[in-house]
Design a protein around this ligand. Sequence first.
Ligand code: GLN
Length: 511
Amino acid sequence: MSTPVTDDLTSLDAAELGRRLAAGGTSSVELTQAYLDRIAAEDGVLGAYLHVAGEAALARAGEVDAARAAGEELGPLAGLPVALKDVFVTEGVPTTSGSRILEGWHPPYDATVAARLKAAGTVLLGKTNMDEFAMGSSTENSAYRPTRNPWDPDRIPGGSSGGSSAAVAGGLAPWALGTDTGGSIRQPAAVTGLVGHKPTYGSVSRYGLIAFSSSLDQAGPMARTVLDAAVLHEVIGGHDRCDSTSIDAPVPLLVKAAQEGARGELAGLRVGVVRELGGDGHSDGYDAGVLDRVRETVELLAGMGADVREVSCPAFDLALPAYYLIAPSEASSNLARFEGMRFGLRVGDDGSRSLEEVMSLTREQGFGPEVKRRIILGTYALSAGYYDAYYGQAQKVRTLITRDFTTAFDDVDVLVSPTSPTVAWPIGARVDDPLAMYAADLCTLPASLAGLPAISVPCGLSEGLPVGFQVMAPALADDRCYRVAAAVEAALDAARGSRLLDELANRGAAA
Ligand code: GLN
């Protein structure tokens, strides 16, 4: 990274950019152009975007500026650029879910979250890179190109929402949406020094989100600050009649919770440190530096008046095998729709082949190795003779994990842990070892399987790379995640994007 960015608009958080837009200090066109310039300069290396919607973005920004100049009443997000993971369908804008099988597909409608962002006046910069169908922890499973971590381009940006994390951490978007099935918002946020929140299952619409594992998938914000994440979450959250699993409950007051947390209002908060996630006897595979930063953060919370205790959740040890049966099972069913007839790629349709042959050729060429691995695994786990032994057992484990959470939340208000057992690893280090790749999800899977909200907030560096602190809360208590994360952020003063980008600029200057 060579461009010094400290005085640049692209180094500011979204809340500050919103203030400048409202006060006339900048225009949406100027802001959008600044991001497009930075994308042009940096994305050749980073690979954060699969599609940059440059012209459309500038046109839209111009409309917002004109409306502002005409004195129209605009919302607080009007004119702010945003990036969307390529798993969200966007009307007329290419959407691939990181797969060749959807290459060339232009969806005829917007995902609900994309429509809500549009209605709020935001400007879509483009679609971000991702592991194919959101399967992975490094974005190396993208069918197009890997994404690199702005902190060190030789390292992974996390996954599967690694395009969104690299875009925001690298100053190529002020904020972005990701999706999290087993950790894909929180882990990439953690390893790139961002805030990422997985909302309570059912509290953000899945309509128009290309399905991986429907009982787990959730969309959520990725941002430089807790406040930005809360603002973005409030816009996309809430009931949607187009999603049959959408919860009809108001979105909690997340911005207010973030503001109160930033003032350190934590007295009396009961915090449970999960032994099974990096605690005594459970620290195999964790970086010592990650555990040190997490311990210091817990001490910080205690110093702010929180009542800290250790909590045991024994079934969490089984989250990994349970997840890697349930998610592939649901994926094998969801991905059956990609048969070469309705969307994107079609191979071998020259009149000489049967329907089945064309479907088979299309799926053979259209899906990458990890997607095929999961379809085969999931089909096997769901097959008549093995259903009870695999899928059925995994669902029972899921119930045990949920019970562990319920018992723990009788005694504490939030549970905390590392977000990722390690910092970002070198590109290529785990591609030939699926189990090592899956191990990156150890800490994020329990909240996914139980459908609970969980946030990752930066808590310092290890080996010069960002470490994430995870805060989990009961269903629909997403505000608690934001409150605690904001307290950590304020206390550490380490999560602000300007800080992160200062650091990058200083390194650039030193090099
Ligand atoms: N890394 C996990 C997987 O590969 C989680 C992915 C996700 O949350 N989308 O399935």
